[in-house]
Design a protein. Structure first.
Lengths: 472, 229
């Protein structure tokens, strides 16, 4: 077994810098907000040092961006790293708070040797703008020690690894304080000297736990690891140092997250139709936006368009401190075919469905209607509405025998309030409805009003005159 | 750079006062030869907004669009009616030879939805024609629609009140519609892209009620007292 350990010296810092803000100098302070624990290169150039008191740092750099470390957040960010690493390595172990362990012994053949594995990982790290120290070891603990001390070498030779470990000073070997002091009192200064002690002696003089620890580093004692399983959902979060007030400002981090979603979906060979976007505010309830697409989708651009539509519709209620995108619903991806039997291209068919379901999703299903003539003599019943459906390229029904009718029908007849300028055809008597109680007996005329409008007017049985339509 | 300028000239995006160059705008013929002639032989511009300004329905404004709607619905393009003020009467549309399967009515509650719907319809490749009754629109909103129209290559006709004629608008074509004698429709070009406005023509629209102008009114006087009307 060969293990690769990725140690992220300032993961939180990298994470925030990726969210795409141009904060000049950035530091991460510990939970109590007293001490600087991570500092970006800009801040370091200005004199901020790790371990410095925050007050000192602020007096050095007045415009310092400050983020407080938050353990749950760090754990989540670490898991995000495991997610992308999972595409390259199958067996991953999370090492809180900022390490990932990957079993790479079994991957060497696939990638074509250890240097290729190393290079692949380095490239991905670079692409993701992450700082990580890589260490390779024959045991998980050895790899971790090598990585954390920045001594990583691209070598799978156990002797060489032990040699590197051997030169490590005791303080760097992460013994607890008491053991470290005791070992130093024994006159031991490097880990190599500890390795050379006979195990029985060591167990007697030191605690059995120390022996176990050393044997686990050496590989003489098994050190089983629980592999991490990727969750069956996609989740990404962007945290901002300064609150974002304009939705436009969210587009940059969103674009990055959606690109990652696209990659993730491509990798899963799946699509999704529902995104959940949660915008956290400093105060008050977070804003939850559910972005639905009409059909399966994986393109970042399409999602981005939908989201920006949504922001247009619904402006930000409060400045946003962080945003989180979650996808839990995955759909199998369909292979787009060419033309179907009816000669319609998949594209147009899909575009039609996309458009209609988009409209229905926003306006409600009843907002879209199709019209059709209905077999009835009464004008208000001579048409009906129906649900929208994809038309089949069938022939048009013969329509010659339809009578001349106006293009506009009023919602209901309206009283005619003026004497028309001219009368044209008429009367056309429409009488019916005696069978269902909606009796209609009217004489229809076409008349032109003084305004020049051509109206369809009728006189009913009670001698009233009404306008029923316009010849538009 | 010069290529960029050429494109601008060709698409008639730069107005060149005295020069009348033949432009290459995509357009759909209106189906009325007289009107096409006034519009530089083109017709309804595609990928741009057109506005029809009129006072009241019933003067032949829909009949103006019938040839185009007929053509598009029969070639399988979808025709959207957005917020029509009255019910488009299905038997009359069917009689005009319009395939009603390709006609979709959309009703929106508020202006945000209206603009959004119109934009979406305009951008889609399945759309052939969108006719919409927007009511009051700010110049900014028309600009937004114009941009959406440019993204697709569909004809979009907005029916608006005639008093908006004084308001400027980014629409590529603006027609002022008035009733004319003998049930005709007087079309006055308020604005068109790439040339001077001011063309006028009168279209015979009497066929919309099966009337022919040489005919005398065919009203049969009934037994009722006609003098009151």
């Amino acid at each position: 077994m060969l293990w690769l350990h990725l140690h992220f010296p300032h993961l939180l810092l990298d994470h925030i810098r990726r969210s795409g803000e141009n904060v000049a100098a950035l530091v991460i302070v510990e939970g109590s907000g007293q001490k600087v624990i991570q500092a970006c290169p800009t801040a370091r150039n200005l004199g901020v040092k790790i371990g410095m008191r925050l007050k000192t740092a602020i007096s050095l750099v007045p415009e310092l961006g400050i983020v407080r470390a938050d353990p749950p957040q760090e754990a989540r960010i670490l898991e995000d790293q495991a997610r992308w690493l999972y595409r390259y390595v199958a067996n991953i172990v999370l090492v809180p708070t900022n390490g990932l362990l990957a079993e790479i012994g079994s991957l060497q053949r696939m990638y074509g040797g250890l240097p290729a594995v190393w290079r692949t990982i380095e490239e991905v790290l670079h692409e993701r703008q992450l700082t990580a120290w890589i260490g390779i070891g024959h045991t998980p603990l050895a790899a971790g020690l090598v990585a954390r001390n920045g001594l990583g070498e691209c070598s799978s030779d156990t002797g060489r690894i032990l040699q590197i470990l051997g030169t490590m000073p005791l303080l760097a070997a992460e013994f607890d304080g008491r053991t470290c002091t005791r070992l130093q009192r024994l006159g031991l200064n490097t880990l190599g000297e500890v390795f050379n002690l006979p195990p029985a002696e060591m167990a007697r003089r030191l605690s059995p736990e120390t022996l176990a620890y050393i044997q686990k580093i050496q590989g003489a004692r098994p050190d089983p690891q629980a592999p991490w399983q990727p969750p069956h959902y996609f989740r990404q979060q962007a945290d901002f140092v300064q609150d974002i007030e304009q939705s436009q400002g969210l587009m940059f981090p969103l674009r990055r997250i959606l690109t990652e979603l696209e990659k993730d979906l491509c990798w899963r060979q799946q699509d999704t139709d529902c995104l959940l976007l949660v915008l956290q505010h400093r105060r008050g309830e977070p804003t939850r936006l559910r972005i639905r697409t009409s059909g399966p989708e994986h393109r970042a651009e399409a999602f981005l368009n939908l989201i920006s539509l949504r922001f247009e519709q619904q402006p930000l209620q409060a400045p946003v401190a962080s945003l989180r995108l979650t996808v839990k619903r995955f759909l199998g991806r369909e292979v787009p075919g060419g033309q179907d039997l009816l000669g319609e291209t998949q594209d147009l068919n899909e575009a039609w469905h996309t458009l209609i379901s988009r409209l229905q999703a926003r306006l409600g299903a009843t907002a879209l209607k199709q019209l059709a003539p209905n077999a009835d003599h009464r004008p208000e019943r001579a048409w009906r509405t129906s649900e929208v459906r994809r038309p089949s390229p069938a022939t048009i029904a013969a329509t010659d025998q339809l009578p001349r009718r106006p293009l506009w029908l009023l919602q209901g007849p309206q009283p005619l309030t003026e004497t028309p300028k001219a009368w044209f055809t008429g009367p056309e008597r429409i009488s019916g409805g005696w069978w269902d109680g909606q009796r209609v007996q009217r004489d229809y005329y076409i008349a032109q009003l003084n305004s020049g409008q051509l109206a369809w007017v009728f006189r009913d049985m009670r001698e009233g005159w009404f306008i029923h339509g316009w010849f538009g | 750079m010069s290529e960029l300028l050429n494109t601008l000239m060709k698409d008639a995006r730069v107005w060149q006062g005295h020069r009348h160059t033949k432009t290459t705008q995509a357009a759909e013929p209106t189906g009325y030869q007289a009107l096409d002639n006034q519009l530089g032989g083109l017709g309804w511009p595609r990928g741009a907004l057109s506005e029809c300004l009129l006072d009241a329905p019933g003067i032949g404004e829909l009949t103006l669009l019938m040839p185009l709607m007929q053509k598009l619905s029969q070639t399988g393009k979808t025709v959207f009616w957005l917020n029509p003020p009255h019910t488009p009467y299905a038997p009359a549309l069917a009689r005009e030879g319009i395939n009603l399967d390709h006609v979709i009515m959309v009703h929106t509650e508020d202006k945000g939805d209206f603009l959004w719907t119109l934009e979406n319809c305009l951008r889609s490749p399945v759309t052939g024609l969108v006719i919409a009754w927007p009511g009051k629109l700010a110049a900014r909103e028309i600009r937004r629609l114009q941009l959406a129209a440019e993204a697709g290559s569909n004809v979009c006709v907005l029916f608006r009140d005639r008093h908006y004629a004084e308001q400027n608008s980014p629409a590529a074509l603006r027609l002022d519609l008035e009733p004319d004698v003998q049930q005709g429709l007087k079309v006055n070009v308020v604005k068109r892209r790439g040339s001077w406005p001011g063309q006028r023509c009168s279209l015979a629209m009497a066929h919309r009620a099966s009337l022919f102008h040489h005919e005398t009114p065919r009203v049969v006087q009934g037994p009722w007292p006609a003098a009151t009307r």
